[in-house]
Each structure stands twice: as C-alpha cells, then as structure tokens.
Ligand binder design. Sequence first.
Ligand SMILES: [Zn+2]
Length: 409
Amino acid sequence: MQRGTNLGRLGDFNQAVIFESIRRAVDGVSRVELAGSTGLSPQTISNVVRRLLDEGLVREDRTIVSGPGKPRTVLELEAGRMVAVGIHLDPGVITVVMLNLRGEIMHSRRLDIPAVEVPEKTIETMARTVDEIISMAGVPRSNVLGVGVVVPGPLDPVRGVMTNPPLLDGWKDVDMVEPLHRMLKLDVLIEKDTIAASIAEQWKSNEAERDNFVTMYIGAGIGAGMVLNGEIHRGISGNAGEVGHYSTGVVAHDCDICGRNDCLHAALAFSKFAQLARERGLDLTVPADGSVAERAVGIAELVRLAKSGNEAAVEILRDRMGLVGQVAGQLANTLDVGLIIFGGPLWAEVGELCLEDVSSIINERFISKNVHAVEVRSSSLGHEVGAIGGACVVMDANLSPKAAALLLR
Ligand SMILES: [Zn+2]
C-alpha cells in the first residue's frame, strides 16, 4: 500500500492514492478505513472524496454498522464512469478491448487482418474498430481516458515506434501514435507487449502479490515484465526485460534479431519446433518457413498431438519450455521474487502441458530456495493479456499514484 502525505502540494497524488484504495476495495470502503490505510488526515480524505463524488468517479449509497457509534457510509467505485481501450498488435492477430475502471472487460474484439503488412490500412482498421466499440458501449467520448497500443519490442521511446518488429514486415519505424490520435481524437500511448502484460497482471492482482513479481511473455517474441517494490521496471528506454536473448547454452540456429545462435528466441522459433518434430518422425503439415498464420497452425498441431498423448510431441514442447524455465530461474535469482506469471499466445497453447515442469526447473535453479519458494502460474488473462495491458497502461497513466511518469508522448 502506497502511503499518502499531508504536506506540500501533492493534492493530485493524494487523490490518486485515495482513488486507488477505493478502486481496490471490492466491497467498498469507509472514510475512516481510508484514513487508516492511506495515513492521510480525515480532512484530506474528506476533501478528496468530495471531489471524487463531484466527478462521479465514486458513489455513496450504502452504510455499514459495525460496533457502537453511527453507521459508516461506504464509498464505492463508479466503475463505468471512465473507460480505457487497449489495442494489441501481435504478428498473428490484433485484439482490441475496452475496460472499465475496475479493469473489467466491457468489449473485446479479435481482428483478422488479411494484409497486416500494410500498416496504413491496418491502423485505419484499428481506429474504425475502436470507434465501433465506443459507440456500441454507449460511452461518451469524453469518458474515454485514451488508447494504449501494445506492440512487440524493442521500441524507440522518443519516436514511439518499433525498431525491429519480429514477424511484422513493413512495420519498422512506423508511427502508430500520431495517426491513431488524429483519427480518434483520443490520447494514445504505446507500450511494449511484455511490459503491458505486467501492468495488466498488477491491475488484476491482490494486495499480497502486487508489489514484487515477474511476468514471462511467451509469444512471437519472448520477454519479461518486472514489477519491483510496486513499480513497473521500464529501464531508461522502455525496453527492459529482453530476456528472449539470454543464452540458453544450447545451440539452435542464428537468431534473426540478436545474431547469436544460442538465445531463447532462436530456441523457440517455429523452424526449430518443425525441425525437432521432423527428427522425431512427426509430420506437421506446415512448412518450417511458413507464414505467421501457418506457424500458429503448426504449433497448434503439435499441441494437439501432445494433448492426444503423443509422447514425442509432449517431449518437444517440454524440452523447449524447459529452456524458458532455465532463463526464468536465472531471473528469479537476480530479482529474488516469489511469483512468476506466464502468459502470451504461445504459452496459452502449451502452458497446461508444461507449467509443472517449468515450475520445477525454476525452483531447482533458484538459489534461495531454503528461504522461500517461487510460485509459478499461468496468467488468468488468456490471449487478451496484451490488449488488457494496453488499456491498463492508460488507466495507470491517468489514475495511479506512480512515482515515475510513463507517457512516451
Ligand atoms: Zn536472439
């Protein structure tokens, strides 16, 4: 819990701290409880709550009686008062979601983009979809906090563009923020997918877990998001967490991004899965150098084989995800966290088969295991985690009491 301050000109910060406490309280919270949890004076609480009530962000229509004295009025979040939109551009699919203030999904859409390699058309389709979702939700435009666009890294934080997007031909250095802002007349932020996934998990987490954990995003790219002492760690350019290019100690083939041949990204390339399958006598219908859509089909085939009991398929998947576990274990040693959450499109397919193995590998590798274990679990946010993260980034930028500013533009 972030504590407030009664000194100085931190009205906005205090408002954010109080609003965050009300937002987190599923069953509502009284002014007295707020004073206790935030450390702010009753007068400050009262002033800020008045403002929140005036702005319609909070309502008070219930009282609770506990012990002697007069009943307490319960403050509750007006969850639908503001919304945020997230767009996740992944090489395989584009997902758009709208979230309310509690982080609940109000609308969700998956877009099949036939020509994703034509950015102008794709950006127009994104804008049109956002417009449709806003009108479908019946939300006034002034109640939309903004749009968070989530893309594979690495990013150039000054220009807000992808500098080397894997599997997204034609998207290098493309400005998405300006055209979306122009078409939608809304604030637009851009965030790396792995970091967005962390922010989504933080929004959804409970108090005990919120402050220190790692997310591992396993999709077209592989990356980690790190929440340390309650703050997302972005690094100086918003590119922290590039664990996809850690050495696994196992030679795969030349990585198309870092140029080395033993990184995790190379180990999880579809061509590697296809090669291992061929060596084990499994016939995937998809060529090793297939298109993005074909690769997804190829992985799905392998997963289907594994789930139907094909041992070779199970071994291939566990072997590859074991390498992910090795890297995550090293990360756990570096950061001393107690929780690692796995998600992303590839993990959504293989997580069920590999979670237990990966968890064992991480905990074997974890040096401080005599002090505490590392809990390893799959994200509950499914394939929408990136888009949810995009919307949460917008919420975070507008509402959360964070020490560091995060706006890239
Ligand atoms: Zn690499």
